[in-house]
Design a protein around this ligand. Structure first.
Ligand code: PLP
Length: 475
């Protein structure tokens, strides 16, 4: 048995201990149900704020909205001192409607004219991706007589002298080499554009790569100053990561056994011997593991702390010396402990040596496989029969060969039975609604907010939730 036990946060655990509520939700709303836990956000925001304080830095924590569409999560965040990073016109409208004043909103992502116009009209900060976007924004501001817009310039393609650090290609951001031309443009449009700062966002876990980018942004800020511009903040983007697994040993055992299975030295651990990027070539292991490092020692706010402590002098103290603010845009990390996807077991059958469990949801409803995150679901039993641990394959509800919730054989503490529930924990960041579709007319999972109020767990439809239930009492 090769379990991958999920790390369960205190709010999620408290809800799981209240198992009846989840059963009622699935019975009443159908399978799957997406449960968000807005009250868990407070601890996550506070952890990032504590890092700012420890390094004596100003600046804001912006939630990267794209990680979850939930209204409840956004409204709860509006009740904290966090800001929000929106990546589309719809997300911008959603943030304004959730109670974020424009000064707390950062507009990132690919932008069309309507998105640029609303951002400028409302007075949010526009985090620009390219020179063309800035030119279009300046023209809009001039043509419609809009107030001067605060902008950030997102940079990419950082280089370092000394040891070569791999910086992967990004479709976003102004290449470092083209930075001066962008500054020319900003200075030409001084009436329309006010440069607030320099930004990066790297979708990587490599601390060195991020440190190089942060250094590059510091150099870029200095360049702005020598040209007479007065930006005051550095936006280090998101990508602080999340640890999904409870046990490092389980993760190491799993990945090394997976390699053995690919080499044919042990029975397969995956559907059709899938290798997650590994393959055998005449008895030798090739390729590389294309999986999220689901066990992580350092993630979230601790990762930011480690980044700011990198280098001599440390990057955090360089920011402080220059009196720059530090803005960040965590998505996944801010949603730790903030939600789960719950599905009903529809059928359990044996197929040779394997046990197949068909569920009332599909691989797009819970995007674990899509994001390369391996972890076991939690079994919520209807009754207490116990047959001992089993490894099972989880099949989805689509009439497609490929619709496995995960190609990994998952580990459950007992053989499930139809009517039991499986809960996929820590699913709020990216696994809940980013890929969900109504393919084959299967229903989208209903989304509900579960929260503690008056000493008990309560719930509401996601869109009905506002953070005003008295008395506010996080679990
Ligand atoms: C996706 C994204 C983020 C959030 O990334 P996480 O890995 O979820 O922290 C932040 N900023 C930008 C510009 C993004 O595109």
């Amino acid at each position: 048995m090769l379990p991958l036990t999920p790390r369960i946060g205190p709010v999620t655990q408290s809800l799981l201990d209240e198992g009846d509520l989840l059963k009622q939700l699935v019975n009443g709303l159908g399978s799957p149900v997406n449960v968000v836990l807005p009250q868990a956000l407070h601890a996550n925001v506070a952890a990032f704020r504590a890092v700012h304080r420890r390094h004596r830095l100003g600046g804001r924590v912006h939630f990267a909205h794209k990680a979850n569409r939930s209204a409840a999560l956004l409204r709860e965040l509006a009740a904290t001192d966090a800001g929000v990073d929106v990546a589309s016109l719809g997300e911008l409208q959603h943030a304004l409607g959730a109670g974020f004043a424009p000064g707390r909103i950062m507009a990132t992502g690919p932008k069309d004219r309507a998105y640029l116009w609303l951002a400028a009209r409302a007075g949010v900060t526009v985090n620009a991706d390219s020179a063309a976007e800035l030119a279009e924004l300046a023209a809009l501001v001039a043509a419609h007589d809009l107030p001067r817009v605060r902008i950030m310039v997102r940079l990419s393609g950082f280089e370092t002298t000394g040891v070569r650090v791999m910086s992967r290609r990004s479709r976003f951001g102004v290449p470092f080499a083209g930075f001066d031309a962008v500054l020319d443009l900003i200075q030409k449009h001084e009436r329309e554009l006010e440069l607030a700062g320099i930004a990066y966002h790297l979708d990587t876990m490599a601390l060195t790569e991020k440190a190089v980018a942060l250094e590059g942004c510091l150099a870029a800020l200095e360049r702005c100053r020598t040209r007479g511009l007065r930006p005051w903040t550095l936006d280090a983007g998101g990508g602080f990561g999340l640890g999904y697994l409870a046990d490092e040993g389980e993760w190491e055992r799993y990945t090394s056994e997976l390699a053995q299975a690919v080499l044919g030295n042990r029975p397969p651990m995956t559907w059709n011997g899938y290798g997650y990027g590994l393959r055998a070539e005449s008895g030798t292991l090739r390729g590389s593991l294309a999986l999220y490092p689901a066990y992580r020692k350092v993630f979230g706010a601790d990762y930011l702390d480690a980044l700011l402590g990198t280098g001599t002098p440390a990057l955090g103290s360089l920011l402080l010396d220059h009196m720059y603010d530090l803005d960040i845009e965590p998505g996944r990390a801010l949603l730790d402990d903030c939600g789960l996807v719950v599905a009903r077991v529809l059928e359990v059958r044996d197929d040779g040596d394997d046990t197949l469990v068909r569920l009332g949801l599909n691989a797009r409803d819970v995007g674990l496989e899509e994001h390369g995150v391996l972890m076991d679901p939690i079994l919520i039993r209807r009754n207490d029969f116990h047959f001992g641990p089993v490894g099972v394959y989880l099949l989805g509800n689509l009439c497609l060969e490929s619709d496995l919730i995960t190609r990994r054989k998952v580990h459950l503490p007992a053989r499930p039975a139809p009517g039991d529930l499986l809960a996929f924990v820590n699913a709020a960041g990216y696994f809940m609604d980013l890929t969900a579709t109504t393919a084959l007319h299967q229903p989208l999972g209903r989304k509900v907010a579960a929260f503690r109020s008056g000493g008990s767990w309560q719930w509401s439809l996601d869109e009905q939730y506002w953070p005003i239930h008295p008395p506010s009492e996080p679990p």
